[in-house]
Design a protein around this ligand. Structure first.
Ligand code: PLP
Length: 466
């Protein structure tokens, strides 16, 4: 009985939402955060206290006592859903983590164009309406050797647009070995349907010959399409038709030929021991009419779909009504222009484009970085066994699937908590760190952790290990 009375007495001391909002703290919160979130946070914390009082009348019900909880709740509600994370997976083009990161130079260009007006569709020389695609035309020609080019929302859009513009209502010849699915939602046969083109499969899964294409050609053939296998390789008893041969067959029969490259690398990767990834300018030299590729895979720029090729064809594609629906926005254009600029000197591109820099980074540099992270960590915590070992990382993003890049990783074997627990704490922290687990160790791959991020990672791991 007395207990009930005490509880009632304490409950009556609980401040109301309005009291808190009108007080010193409330006024400050309302100045800095949306009223909706402040009210919700205050209401939630009062409710929590009410329940605590029912269980224990000695609960502190002062406003001061609630401030840290309310602060935390407001911050949770106000923190953006899309936020920066640290990629410790070593997968450079990690589709779930935003694929490529752009260079500082590109980001700075985005900021300028985003916060001021621009000549997006305005010709400054003539003072008349201009074209948004004009801004990257020259660079695309210079860095790929193509006659002309432009960019749309992403490479899936680029393929859809090209199919619709070139082969609407007509047959598109594709090798069975190239009817790929990329990232779960982009399937060549489905895109074909959307583009109102009729798929004409030739060859078998492992082998397609030039005659397979020649025999499939008829008066209703609109396009010969080659698709880069991107995220898988067929090995063993295989044969496909080179883009040079396809371009030849196309010329002989007056049928356009298109190559969907997916990754679209602009530099020659052979000096780095990578022979499977054709570069865009070599492909264009084959005489192919159209090449499409992604902006945020090996190119290392923003999400975009780049279409390059012969001038007539590009002009024809640009006139298609779908172009307007799939168009690239000005922020992407700003990032893309700066990224392409980085390729004018191929030698510099490896250092200027973060994706290339991370992929092609010298193993010695990765080793030094892993060692630095490990030694900082050892100094900061005794709650784990910490080591540096050699390992390998993947390019990701459906690029270079068969290649593993030698790398160095920090392995962390926690002593007080499970490795799963450690992984979860890091992932759910204020600055999320995304890492892999192998057996009973957490693996931090030095390849995708920048020097700037190294000390942040150490801080996050230390906090997660206590
Ligand atoms: C990745 C890829 C696509 C899709 O490109 P997005 O930029 O993700 O839209 C299409 N074709 C190939 C061969 C690819 O590798």
């Amino acid at each position: 009985m007395r207990d009930k009375k005490t509880v009632q007495k304490v409950l009556s001391k609980l401040p109301s939402v309005d009291e808190i909002l009108k007080g010193r703290y409330g006024i400050a919160w309302l100045r800095d955060y949306p009223r909706k979130y402040v009210r919700e946070a205050v209401r939630d914390v009062i409710e929590v206290r009410r329940k605590e009082v029912l269980a224990d009348p000695a609960t502190d019900v002062s406003v001061e006592g609630m401030v840290p909880d309310i602060n935390g709740r407001i911050r949770d509600l106000s923190s953006p859903s899309l936020r920066q994370v640290i990629n410790a997976t070593g997968v450079v083009i990690h589709t779930n983590l935003g694929r490529s990161i752009i260079s500082d130079r590109a980001a700075e260009n985005v900021r300028r164009i985003a916060t001021g007006y621009s000549n997006l569709e305005y010709d400054l020389d003539k003072g008349v309406r201009g074209k948004r695609y004009a801004h990257i035309k020259r660079l695309l020609r210079e860095v790929t050797g193509a006659e002309d080019g432009f960019a749309v929302n992403n490479n899936a859009a680029a393929v859809l647009l090209c199919l619709s513009a070139i082969a609407r209502g007509r047959e598109v010849i594709v090798s069975r070995g190239e009817l790929v699915e990329i990232g779960g939602s982009f399937r060549v046969p489905d895109v074909m349907v959307q583009g109102n083109a009729v798929l004409r499969e030739v060859g078998t899964t492992n082998k397609t010959h030039p005659d397979d294409y020649r025999e499939a050609i008829n008066e209703n053939t609109g396009l010969i399409l080659k698709v880069h296998q991107s995220n898988y390789r067929i090995t063993g008893f295989t044969e496909d038709v080179s883009i040079e041969r396809l371009a030849e067959i196309g010329r002989e029969n007056r049928i356009p030929v298109m190559y969907d490259l997916g990754s679209g690398c602009l530099i020659d990767l052979k000096p780095f021991g990578i022979h499977s990834e054709p570069n865009v300018s070599d492909i264009l030299k084959s005489g192919v009419d159209i090449v499409t590729f992604s902006g945020d895979k090996l190119l290392g720029g923003p999400q975009a779909g780049i279409i390059v090729g012969n001038r007539q064809m590009i002009e024809h594609i640009q006139k298609n009504p779908l172009t307007r629906a799939l168009r690239i926005d000005k922020l992407t254009l700003a990032a893309l222009e700066a990224t392409l600029y980085g390729y004018l000197d191929i030698e510099k591109a490896k250092d200027m484009i973060p994706t290339l820099k991370m992929l092609l980074e010298d193993a010695g540099v990765l080793k030094a970085r892993a060692k630095k992270i490990a030694s900082l960590l050892k100094r900061e915590t005794a709650n784990a066994m910490i080591d540096v070992i050699q390992d390998s990382s993947q390019a990701g993003g459906g690029s270079l699937p068969e290649i593993s890049f030698p790398t160095y990783v920090v392995t962390i074997k926690p002593k007080k908590i499970s490795v799963n627990n450690l992984e979860e704490r890091l992932r759910r922290g204020e600055l999320p760190v995304i890492a892999r687990i192998r057996e009973d160790s957490l693996i931090l791959d030095a390849r995708t952790i920048s020097d700037k991020e190294a000390s942040l990672v150490v801080k996050c791991v230390k906090a997660a290990l206590v």
